[in-house]
Design a protein around this ligand. Structure first.
Ligand code: CA
Ligand code: CA
Length: 232
């Protein structure tokens, strides 16, 4: 297959879909889960400072049975799991978050204007963030929602939480047979267009193997690089 035909083929397969780029929660490297149930799952991503990428950004999961929880309840549940996460608040306003992992203590506290914990919400595991207009006690999460906590200076208007993603295994291998070949084309298209559908069909595979240009997003920009892998 020529590179040109490959690109045309993938575009034809994608035609008619209008993907809104999104992470699946299964794309995220979760530290651990706090479990109070099994029905619903939400994520909290805690980024101690955006400038160093995912090096000090951690994702935590919370599983529960009731219809909804508040962002504050998520923090309380994570702390109660006693697995290294803790926080402090002043009347519901989060002032400090700590995470102890492998002997290293990560911490940021309220120290205006040098540092404060900004609060974010995402419908798609952090591919897209919105600044929360609610405090954590009023923010409602339902199954699949994600909260973000990012420590940053008061005058920083652009930084958003960095999502820690699962590491790629074999780039371009979307059916996880260890090879990159034509059998990966349909799964690649599914990975681009339907993250949840991809994991339904390939539950043990890694969708981020579709990030062929290594920019931590799976989107149209990966098509050329993916075809390049097929051509090798
Ligand atoms: Ca393959
Ligand atoms: Ca990419």
């Amino acid at each position: 297959m020529s590179k040109y035909l490959g690109i045309v083929g993938i575009w034809l397969l994608l035609a008619g879909t209008a993907p809104g780029w999104a992470y699946s929660p299964l794309d995220v490297q979760v530290e651990w889960w706090a479990s109070a149930g099994t029905e619903h799952h939400v994520l909290a991503i805690v980024d101690f400072w955006p400038e160093n990428g995912a090096a000090d950004s951690f994702a935590f999961g919370y599983a529960f049975d009731q219809e909804q929880v508040t962002g504050y309840q998520v923090l309380v549940a994570l702390q109660a799991a006693n697995l290294g996460f803790s926080f402090a608040d002043d009347g519901g306003f989060v002032t400090d978050i700590w995470y102890v992992k492998d002997g290293t203590t990560y911490h940021a506290g309220y120290q205006w204007p040098e540092s404060y914990w900004s609060y974010w919400v995402s419908p798609d595991a952090g591919e897209n963030w919105d600044y929360s207009w609610y405090g954590a006690g009023d923010r409602i999460l339902q199954d699949g929602d994600t909260d973000g906590w990012l420590a940053k200076p008061g005058d920083d208007e652009t930084s958003q939480p960095v999502v820690p993603l699962r590491p790629q295994t074999v780039v371009g291998d979307l059916n996880c047979d260890g090879q990159v070949d034509f059998d990966d084309i349909n799964p690649f298209v599914l990975a681009l267009g339907e993250p949840a559908g991809y994991y339904d069909e390939f539950p043990s595979c890694n969708r981020l193997n579709a990030d062929a240009n290594h920019d931590e997003h799976v989107d149209f920009d990966d098509i050329d690089a993916f075809i390049g892998l097929l051509s090798q």
